[in-house]
Design a protein around this ligand. Structure first.
Ligand code: IPM
Ligand code: MN
Length: 334
């Protein structure tokens, strides 16, 4: 039927209502996407948490998935499902654009940067053990292979989107071996991209500078190890209004999962108060990734127009509009 099938993980809490907005807006925009809803409620294989086979088959078959928020239990015995998904499909690059939204006022009005986070190892390797009582080790695993892979991706991405600079963010002054390796890989890969400028910045300095004045970061793609990317991407999201407004894409060689980074907000779930913007913008990244650029631009323009009008700010962002009223306004603006 000329449509592309996409696996849809609606997620927990507000997940189903914001997914509904995406579905409504996509069908109103005639986006050639057919949704295949899947559950990723974990199963246990050999005592280990795993993604159910049907979900793995669906994502493998469709190459792309859109994912709402999944609650992460804190504590022992539970591995974050978000991480299990990234690991299962080897989604090695986590792309997190951060762009000011006209109509949503923050102290910064001209942010437009992109963070790329290594997504498979580093502090997230999950290798931890008790040495003796009261002494633990958590291993930050850095490999040349994963570093070069995400760095090459970042340079290619910068070139493709027309940002002329890649900056590696690191703490190689202290993490001499792990970040040292990441940094030396960055220098090496930069040679493959003579048209993209390369430099590096210490993580703490980057934090200080970006909150003081984000504009020098607008011509750059920032690339960094996993945990730094987790933290710095939230910080940059804070500059433009929070995680409710920022998209993300987990990119792999075999498939990719686009997701809203915010939580499942159980306190407002089912009340029609949630703002679907983050999931919507993620779905636009997904359309761009699929080569459906015209539909992506059309839906994106309608979202930005709606937000700029400022009349349909949802409850979670301090406004009065309901989730479906916001979606209806986007549809009118298509
Ligand atoms: C994110 C989230 C996840 C992470 C959590 C939910 C495991 O904070 O996508 O940034 O730490 O990577
Ligand atoms: Mn995070």
């Amino acid at each position: 039927d000329g449509k592309f099938t996409v696996s849809l993980i609606e997620g927990d809490g507000i997940g189903p209502e914001i997914s509904q907005s995406v579905k409504d807006i996509f069908s109103a925009a005639n986006a050639p996407v057919k949704w295949e809803p899947i559950s990723v409620d974990p199963v246990f294989k050999d005592g280990k948490q795993a993604i159910p086979d049907e979900a793995i088959d669906s994502i493998t078959r469709n190459y792309v998935a859109l994912k709402g928020p999944l609650a992460t239990p804190i504590g022992k015995g539970h591995v974050s499902l978000n991480l299990t998904l990234r690991r299962t499909f080897n989604l090695f690059a986590n792309v997190r654009p951060c762009k000011s939204i006209q109509g949503y006022k923050t102290p910064y009005d001209d942010v437009d940067t992109v963070l790329i986070r290594e997504n498979t190892e580093g502090e997230y390797s999950g290798i931890e053990h008790v040495v003796v009582d009261g002494v633990v080790q958590s291993i930050k695993l850095i490999t040349r292979e994963a570093s070069e892979r995400v760095l090459r991706f970042a340079f290619q991405y910068a070139q493709d989107i027309g940002k002329p600079k890649v900056r590696a963010v690191h703490k190689a002054t202290i993490m001499k071996m792990s970040d040292g390796l990441f940094l030396s890989c960055a220098r090496k890969i930069s040679k493959e991209f003579p048209n993209v400028e390369f430099d590096a910045e210490l993580l703490d300095n980057a934090c200080l500078k970006v909150v003081s004045d984000p504009t020098p970061y607008n011509d750059k793609v920032l690339v960094m190890p996993n945990l730094y990317g987790d933290i710095l991407s939230d910080m940059c999201a804070g500059l433009i209004g929070g995680l409710g407004l920022t998209p993300s894409g987990n990119i792999g060689d075999e498939c990719s999962i686009f997701e809203a980074v915010h939580g499942s907000a159980p306190d407002i779930a089912g009340k029609g108060l949630a703002n679907p913007t983050a999931l919507l913008l993620s779905s636009i990244m997904m359309l761009q990734h699929m080569g459906l650029t015209e539909h992506a631009s059309k839906i994106q323009a309608a979202i930005f127009k709606t937000l700029a009008e400022g009349k349909t700010i949802t409850g979670d962002l301090g406004g009065k509009a309901k989730t479906h009223e916001y979606a209806d306004a986007v549809i009118k603006n298509l």
